[in-house]
Design a protein around this ligand. Structure first.
Ligand SMILES: *C/C=C(C)/C=C/C=C(C)/C=C/C1=C(C)CCCC1(C)C
Length: 251
């Protein structure tokens, strides 16, 4: 009901209440819109050191706002989601999430080559996933496994590779706490995507869910992960600022 009214005010027409894709896209759209506004207007509250990271957060949710707006229109006219658009959005936003890890640990020595390797791994993850969902859907299990190697590489970098090593050396308890939450996001939060993918025909969950529910999984995962990353980094920046201003008062 509320969703319908809001969508009408937004000039989007009426959302079919039985269409999970439209409903989760609309929720994604609102969540991305609000968080983009939030990250944008809060950019002056974060210290200079973290301004670039804050801008990257704005880009991630900003692009996804536009993405969800387009998808919602598509959903409402066809009842379906455009797969290519989803993957195009991921190519861009997952790369930016890798940039976030790089920026966080760059002051402690992470090199651009690490960023390059992480982006390469995400491209492999996404390209193989795309093939499994579109042109070679019969072999989606094999493509899903191939894709998981890219995913595991990113997890490896964060838990044991350069990103881990250069955050471990950090003296900032705020940064270490942020890394702790980001680790939860890239393992639990990101695992929603391969779980959704398993709804594809012949895959593990194909008998549990209807195939077009896959997009509800992806839409919910996008909201959790893209906004979650931004919030963790924002909170870290604010916590650091508070500490310094306290130190100044006591000096
Ligand atoms: C903002 C978008 C994000 C964080 C997207 C992340 C996407 C994944 C982690 C996708 C992973 C996949 C697998 C690990 C195997 C099956 C195919 C994918 C592409 C769904």
């Amino acid at each position: 009901m509320i969703i319908q009214i809001t969508a009408e005010i937004a000039g989007l027409g009426i959302i079919d209440n039985s269409n999970h894709n439209s409903i989760t896209s609309f929720m994604g759209f609102l969540a991305m819109l609000c968080s983009t506004a939030f990250f944008f207007f809060e950019r002056n509250s974060v210290p200079r050191k973290w301004k670039t990271s804050q801008l990257v957060s704005v880009s991630i949710t900003g692009v996804s706002t536009l993405y969800f707006f387009l998808v919602l229109n598509f959903n409402m006219t066809t009842g379906n989601s455009p797969i290519a658009l989803k993957y195009a959005n991921w190519m861009f936003t997952v790369s930016l999430i890798c940039v976030q890890f790089y920026l966080l640990t760059k002051p402690n020595g992470t090199k651009p080559t690490t960023l390059f390797k992480m982006i390469l791994a995400s491209m492999i993850m996404l390209m193989t996933g795309y093939i499994g969902e579109t042109i070679d859907i019969e072999n989606n299990i094999q493509w899903g496994i191939a894709s998981s190697f890219g995913y595991f590489y990113i997890i490896f970098e964060v838990f044991a590779g350069d990103i881990y090593m250069h955050s471990r050396d950090s003296k900032s308890p705020e940064l270490l706490r942020a890394m702790f939450f980001l680790k939860i996001l890239i393992t639990l939060g990101w695992s929603i995507y391969p779980i959704g993918y398993m709804i594809l025909p012949g895959n593990l969950l194909s008998t549990v869910f209807e195939v077009n529910h896959i997009y509800s999984f992806y839409n919910i995962a996008d909201s959790i992960n893209k906004i979650g990353f931004g919030l963790v980094i924002y909170s870290m920046a604010i916590a650091e600022t508070k500490k310094y201003s306290k130190a100044k008062v006591h000096a």
